[in-house]
Ligand binder design. Structure first.
Ligand code: 2NL
Length: 347
């Protein structure tokens, strides 16, 4: 019996030695020290022993049990420590690694341009007015001296929704609404916003683009507004957008809503006027259209053209952005390729 106990001890200690998981150690505990284990079995047979042998075997049995117990505990502590060490090693953080950059967005170039345009005109005392993109034929055409049958109203050029509802083709419609509301009062506004034309998209055309139109109306006095005021404002505008060295020139043109009408060129921002690929050798680049408000337009909105006078201009935001940032295809503004957009972080 004594030998059997010693044998069990050797066997258990050997198994504990090679065990390397908590579960294995627990199984060994159950196997050797559990109620159905061999040591318990040995102790159950003690009844058959003599009175002298019994305490001796009992002591050895306790010793064996104690030895197994102790070895189990130390081994369990070892295994646990090893597990923690392994986990710490696996989760180690290399604090010397470079950080991951946080993606920060930036203004869209068209937004940057409209904000710059707005700031410029706000500084001159203009107010910003917005209006609907789905517009009545009346405000988009009729009120702007574009009567029915005028070629610019062609179905080819305009997205009609019904016979007299359409997607506005310019933000002049907002100005026509403002004139009707203010009837007889001076006006000094800009109207930025999206406009729509039935164009096939290519490098310089988009069926949807952005415009900022401006309108100033004042009562006629001896010294106030005429073509020279318009010229002064747009000269300052060209310098603000394209640099202090810019000059402008006015070329006669035609718009149904202005008389006289002009197109405004700025001296080339790339070559300064010597002639290059951007200005096609002319030294000048067209930036916007403008003119004195046509008397018919004033009259239709309830202003007496003998007492009131006005000037107006229309700025294409994409055109300004393309020239200011050297973008060669209008579609870049709408395809939202981040590689394109991220080049405008400094704006
Ligand atoms: C262009 C030309 C222009 C206007 C827009 C306007 C508005 C009213 C009355 C008179 Cl309410 N005129 N707007 C005038 C001249 C030119 O835009 O080429 N824009 C990109």
């Amino acid at each position: 019996m004594q030998d059997r106990l010693k044998e069990l001890q050797q066997e258990a200690l050997g198994k504990i030695e090679v065990a390397n998981e908590l579960k294995m150690l627990n199984d060994i505990r159950v196997e050797y020290l559990g109620k159905k284990g061999p040591i318990t079995e040995v102790l159950k047979g003690m009844g058959k022993l003599s009175a002298e042998e019994r305490p001796l075997i009992g002591a050895i049995a306790n010793e064996v049990r104690g030895a197994i117990q102790e070895k189990l505990e130390t081994k369990m502590a070892d295994v646990e420590r090893a597990a923690i060490e392994k986990k710490l090693e696996a989760e180690a953080i290399d604090v010397t690694l470079p950080g991951r950059p946080v993606a920060v967005g930036n203004h869209h170039p068209l937004t940057a341009v409209v904000e710059k345009i707005e700031d410029f005109f706000l500084g001159l005392g203009f107010e910003i007015v917005e209006g609907p993109e789905v517009e009545k034929d009346y405000y988009n055409f009729e009120a702007l001296n574009l009567p029915k049958g005028h070629p610019a109203r062609d179905m080819q050029d305009t997205f009609y929704i019904t016979e007299d509802m359409l997607l506005r083709t310019h933000t002049s419609s907002v100005q026509a609404r403002t004139m009707e509301l203010e009837k007889g009062k001076p006006i000094k506004i800009i109207c930025p916003g999206k406009v729509y034309r039935r164009d096939d998209d290519d490098a310089t055309h988009s069926h949807q683009f952005m415009q900022t139109e401006g309108l100033v109306i004042e009562e006629i006095t001896d010294e106030n507004i005429g073509m020279s005021n318009l010229k002064g404002i747009l000269d300052a505008f060209a310098k603000e957008m394209f640099g202090e060295d810019r000059e402008i020139r006015l070329r006669p043109s035609f718009f149904p809503f202005t008389e006289p009408s002009v197109e405004i060129d700025t001296s080339c921002m790339k070559c300064g006027g010597c002639g290059c690929n951007i200005c096609k050798g002319t030294g000048w680049i067209e930036i916007l259209g403008a003119g004195m408000v046509h008397p018919n337009v004033l009259e239709m909105a309830g202003y007496d053209p003998k007492k009131y006078r006005g000037y107006a201009f229309g700025i294409g935001q994409e055109r300004i952005a393309m020239l200011a940032y050297g973008v060669d295809d209008i579609r870049h503004f709408y395809t939202n390729d981040v590689r394109f957009l991220q080049q405008f972080k400094q704006l």
